[in-house]
Design a protein around this ligand. Structure first.
Ligand code: ARG
Length: 477
């Protein structure tokens, strides 16, 4: 019989049972479900709602079940619908009467909310660690290739030379904002919903602060109806994940271009590429393509939960069971993406010579030529026109700007002098862009230094999260 079977006279239709069940995916929250139940039972006993003996039997029984699940020795049953009822039924089968008292003052509505909050908190800590590790890989590459100059692009047309490290540190900055997003997601998830009951609170004298303490939540929901029906923390996580993937997708696009024969700016390690079953010469950047491709499903998961939530009346509705599959899929895939990206950046080869060759044969220093004239007093718009003509002339002659003789240049403007060739030098172009966030070596060094500091601060935040999370799982020992 079902745990809720009392008022029913007929068995559940088989396809209804299967459609209604969530055990196929919520089984991964078993540790959270058990920790939550241990905390709940401990609090019930402390409040005199449950006897010490019953509490001890429940806690011991739950620990045994935890061991069985860990060993793969627990038959999950669709008939028992979800992780909560699977564990409760098994507990009751094992310890009898006492097991039936565990659900006192609790509903699956606040139970599932509690489990999912704990699960999301744990995964925020885990994903954030990988995020920071990727930032460290970016920092390492930036520092390793500190003097490599590459063409910078706008409209995917060569624009101005930049340091390769500057280009990479742009991604570091994006990931720093993603970490801020993670902190927000943590704040949303760090709220304890247990005690809300089905929706209205309970008639038992529960000690909710004690449960929050045991489970290391820093806040308790103010409103029981909100507590059981809030999914903002899931949305916050999915938004964060979607944004991280959007950033990785941009980087993917660049790596795909850069590793093509047309660019040849980088070579990805063999360990991170795949071959073709027909074309023996191929080395394909599948991982980058997959990350770019999978970004779509993250947006999908976010849209699905936002849309699922938008029309449901207070408080819990079964629609909300739909919050989990996308969440779990996002967690699994983002961990893969972050892990592989970090290794891929550590292992890639940067082809400095090729980048340099491209710059020597192009017009990325045209702005600098115009700036040269403007600094000598010519209004910038006029300087722009002079250099535009110079570029046109070069294209006709099959030359680049730095190959023009002083005589040719002075024909275009008498303001050109000997020193122009120094200013057209690619190094000079980069060195001179020494504004606060510019591409000069000194600016990029400052960025890297600030980046090192940011990483340490992020690691300190994660250590606090880790401490809270791991203290929860101590309840299982
Ligand atoms: N499996 C359910 C979910 O994930 C648990 C809560 C069920 N509550 C209920 N009243 N049916 O949402």
């Amino acid at each position: 019989m079902k745990l809720w079977g009392g008022r029913f006279t007929k068995a559940t239709d088989k396809s209804v049972e299967e459609f209604n069940a969530s055990i196929q995916f919520d089984c991964r929250m078993y540790a959270e479900d058990i920790c939550g139940s241990i905390a709940h039972a401990t609090m019930l006993a402390k409040q005199g709602i449950l006897s010490e003996a019953d509490k001890n039997a429940i806690v011991a029984g739950l620990k045994t079940i935890y061991g069985q699940i860990e060993e793969g020795n627990f038959p999950f049953s669709v008939e028992l619908e979800d992780i909560h009822m699977n564990i409760e039924k098994r507990l009751t089968d094992a310890i009898g009467e006492a097991g039936k008292r565990l659900h006192t003052g609790r509903s699956r509505n606040d139970q599932v909310a509690l489990d999912t909050h704990m699960y999301v908190r744990r995964e925020i800590a885990a994903v954030s660690k990988l995020l920071v590790k990727l930032q460290e890989s970016i920092l390492k590459t930036a520092e390793k290739h500190g003097d490599v100059i590459m063409p910078g692009y706008t409209h995917l047309q060569r624009a101005q030379p930049v340091l390769f490290s500057h280009h990479m540190m742009a991604y570091f900055s994006m990931l720093s904002r993603d970490f801020i997003h993670m902190q927000y997601a943590w704040d949303m998830a760090d709220r304890m919903p247990l005690g809300a009951g089905a929706l209205a609170g309970t008639t038992y004298p529960l000690d909710q602060p004690a449960v929050a303490d045991m489970l290391h939540f820093s806040k308790i929901y103010d409103n029981s109806m909100d507590a059981v029906s809030d999914r903002d923390y899931i949305i916050a996580f999915l938004e964060t994940a979607a944004q991280i993937m959007m950033h990785l997708s941009r980087l993917s696009e660049e790596f795909i271009l850069w590793s093509s024969s047309e660019f040849k700016f980088i070579e990805l390690d063999d360990a991170h590429c795949t071959g073709s079953s027909i074309m023996p010469q191929k080395k394909n950047p599948d991982i980058c393509e997959l990350v770019r491709g999978k970004t779509g499903r993250f947006y999908g998961h976010l849209m699905a939960v936002l849309t699922m939530m938008k029309g449901i009346p207070m408080a819990y509705d079964k629609d909300m069971q739909e919050d989990k599959e996308g969440l779990f899929d996002a967690i699994d895939n983002i961990k893969f993406a972050l892990t592989i990206y970090s290794a891929m950046i550590d292992g890639m080869t940067v082809n400095a010579k090729r980048m340099r060759d491209v710059l020597e044969r192009d017009f990325s220093n045209a702005t600098d030529m115009a700036d040269y004239l403007a600094k000598k007093g010519l209004p910038f718009r006029e300087a722009h026109a002079v250099v535009g003509k110079a570029v046109h002339y070069c294209i006709e002659q099959g030359k680049v700007l730095q190959q023009l003789s002083l005589a040719e240049l002075q024909d275009m403007s008498p303001l050109f002098a000997e020193d122009i060739h120094h200013f057209l030098d690619i190094e000079t172009c980069v060195n001179q862009r020494n504004t606060y966030n510019g591409t000069s070596p000194s600016s990029v060094k400052r960025q890297c230094k600030a980046g090192q500091k940011a990483v340490v601060q992020e690691q300190q935040v994660i250590a606090q999260w880790d401490a809270a999370v791991s203290a929860v799982y101590d309840l299982l020992r």
